[in-house]
Design a protein around this ligand. Structure first.
Ligand code: B4P
Length: 194
C-alpha cells in the first residue's frame, strides 16, 4: 500500500528518530529537510552556505530555497509509491506549495502525524543531543528560538490538516519503541476506518 505522510512536531519531539523507524516499517523513503540542509552544509555546497546562516540562529530557511529542494526530491523515482516528509511543511506557504507539487502529479497526502511533547521534555532532549553530537543549533538560546518559531509558524499547520481530516496526534513522551508503536497503531486504526 502506498502511504504519503507528513510528520509534524516541535524540535526534539522525535520526528527524525521516528521517521527512520516508520519509513523502514512502511518501506517508503523518509525525507528530512533538516538532514538535507545539514548534508549540504557538511559538503560545503552553495545551498549549504545559504541554509547555515538561518539554521545557526534557529530561524527557518526561506521557503523559496526549501520548496525547490523538496520538489526536486519528491520528483525522484523512489517517491513514486509513497514517502514520509519529516520537517516539511513548516509554514503555511509550504503547505500550499506541497499541495501544488502533489496535485501536479495527481497525488494527495494520506495522513499527517503530529508528535506532541512538552517544552521541558524537548529542551532536555536537545541539550542531551548537544552533548552527544555538538549540533550548532542545539545551544539553549537557539533551542528556545526554534521553539518560538515553531509555535508561531508551524503549530498552526495542525489545525489546517485537522480541518482536512488528515491529522492524527500521537504522544511523543515515552520510550522510542513505545512511540513507534503508538504511531503504527494510529496508522492502522486510521486505515481500518478509511
Ligand atoms: P530538523 O532537522 O527538522 O530538526 P529538529 O526539529 O530538531 O528535529 P529532529 O528531527 O532533528 O529531532 P528529533 O525531534 O528527532 O530542522 C533543523 C533546522 O533546519 C530548522 O531549525 C530549520 O532551520 C531548518 N529546516 C528544516 N526543515 C525546514 C523547512 N521545511 N523550512 C524551513 N527551514 C527548515 O530528536 C531530537 C532528540 O531527541 C534526538 O537526540 C533524539 O535522540 C531524542 N529523542 C527522540 N525520541 C526520543 C524519545 N522518545 N525519548 C527520548 N529522547 C528522544
Amino acid at each position: 500500500m502506498s502511504t504519503r505522510m507528513v510528520l509534524l512536531g516541535p524540535p526534539g519531539a522525535g520526528k527524525g528518530t521516528q521517521a527512520a523507524r516508520i519509513s523502514e516499517r512502511l518501506s517508503i523513503p523518509a525525507i528530512s529537510t533538516g538532514d538535507i540542509f545539514r548534508s549540504n552544509v557538511a559538503g560545503g555546497t552553495p545551498l549549504g552556505a545559504q541554509a547555515k546562516a538561518y539554521m545557526d540562529k534557529g530561524e527557518y530557511v526561506p521557503d523559496s530555497i526549501t520548496n525547490a529542494m523538496v520538489a526536486g526530491r519528491l520528483a525522484q523515482e523512489d517517491c513514486a509509491t509513497g514517502f514520509l516528509l519529516d520537517g516539511y511543511p513548516r509554514t503555511e506557504a509550504q503547505v500550499g506549495e506541497l499541495d501544488t507539487m502533489l496535485a501536479q502529479s495527481g497525488k494527495a497526502l494520506d495522513v499527517v502525524v503530529e508528535i506532541t511533547a512538552d517544552v521541558d521534555a524537548v529542551v532536555a532532549r536537545l541539550l542531551k543531543r548537544a552533548d552527544e553530537q555538538g549540533r550548532t543549533d542545539d545551544t539553549e538560546p537557539v533551542i528556545r528560538r526554534r521553539l518560538e518559531v515553531y509555535t508561531e509558524q508551524t503549530e498552526p499547520l495542525a489545525a489546517i490538516y485537522e480541518a482536512r481530516g488528515l491529522l492524527v496526534r500521537v504522544d511523543g513522551v515515552g520510550g522510542v519503541e513505545e512511540v513507534t508503536e503508538r504511531i503504527m497503531t494510529a496508522l492502522a486504526s486510521r486505515s481500518a476506518n478509511a
